[in-house]
Design a protein around this ligand. Structure first.
Ligand SMILES: [Zn+2]
Length: 321
């Protein structure tokens, strides 16, 4: 049997039976450092931070894909939600949750979720409350329907509409010492690698190079120019808008870990650029990125836009300011 080290002294007796309701546990798998432990029940975690059983318990919508959940800006509190794919969403003092992107919360693009569904709020004492904002399909925390607000205890399984998450505090440290930043982004973790604890190995990731990159909008609309190291290439209006979005994000994310820095999710691109079609889709985003890549390549610089499943698109360089 594996042996786990950790404190289990915050079991909440009044909330009834829940799987693995254990608080203040530093998840450390002490028998095999290559297999992380489930942050809920400590079985081996096949899904990043969750075991298969805990992951399945959080999964009510069978055809949902991880890209439908997006953390717009990870918070700075030592508590998080964990989704059915084991991805971590670190909370801030107030974290809005809903179908609408607010710029600072968790956006869930799923039909059962209301535009402004709920918030997670830290009180001064460090307790965290889940507050339903009068959502259409309601919220459930630890098998209880929540009409207004309820205090969360680590290990609570909650459903925002039909979309399940675990509340976990403190943020679980992945025990694996083998995990590299590359592995994490390949698994589409919506979190900064710094949160994976001191064991985290930060390997093979170089700071992106700086590049002279600026845009000029043509007067009267119709597009503009991108100036790359002194060479101008002409681009259409939507290409210009996309590039400006990517440049802005890369600049705003200065100081964030390289593995997650500068990404713009395709749902944000869908919302931000002026499409010439009434119903733009992910496919339109892909085609637009392809066209912009081709345009930028005319400057003699290839591969200026990277993509990563689950994270979106970003510049492979940092625009020099
Ligand atoms: Zn588990």
């Amino acid at each position: 049997m594996p042996s786990w080290s950790g404190r289990a002294d915050r079991i909440s007796p009044q909330r009834g039976e829940r799987r693995g309701t254990i608080g203040d546990v530093v998840v450390r798998n002490t028998y095999d450092s290559s297999v992380p432990a489930c942050c809920i029940c400590f079985a081996p975690a096949e899904r990043l931070t969750l075991c298969e059983a805990c992951a399945n318990a959080a999964r009510k919508v069978p055809d949902m894909v991880p890209e439908q959940i997006l953390m717009e800006q990870p918070g700075d509190r030592n508590a998080c939600l964990v989704d059915a794919w084991g991805r971590i969403y670190r909370l801030g003092t107030i974290t809005p949750v809903g179908r609408n992107a607010t710029g600072c919360g968790i956006a869930i693009h799923q039909g059962s979720v209301s535009r402004k569904h709920a918030t997670l709020e830290f009180e001064d004492a460090g307790t965290v409350y889940f507050r339903d904002l009068g959502s259409t399909n309601g919220s459930v925390v630890a098998n209880r329907s929540v009409r207004d607000s309820i205090e969360l205890v680590t290990g609570d399984l909650l459903f925002v509409g039909s979309v399940g998450f675990y509340f976990v505090s403190p943020v679980p440290a992945l025990a694996s010492s083998k995990l590299s930043v590359g592995t994490v982004s390949a698994n589409a973790v919506a979190e900064t690698p710094a949160d994976f604890g001191a064991d985290f190995e930060n390997t093979d990731i170089k700071e992106p190079a700086e590049l002279d990159l600026s845009t000029i909008e043509a007067t009267g609309g119709g597009g503009g120019f991108v100036c790359i190291e002194g060479r101008d290439v002409q681009v259409s209006m939507v290409q210009l808008e996309l590039l400006q979005l990517l440049m802005k994000r890369m600049a705003a994310d200065r100081g964030r870990p390289v593995a997650v820095r500068g990404y713009v999710h395709s749902s944000e691109i869908l919302a931000a650029v002026s499409w010439d079609t009434a119903h733009p889709s992910d496919n339109h985003v892909k085609q637009l990125v392809r066209r912009l890549r081709r345009s930028l390549a005319r400057s003699g610089r290839d591969n200026l836009i990277e993509s990563q499943q689950g994270l979106g698109y970003r510049l492979s360089v940092v625009p020099r300011v």
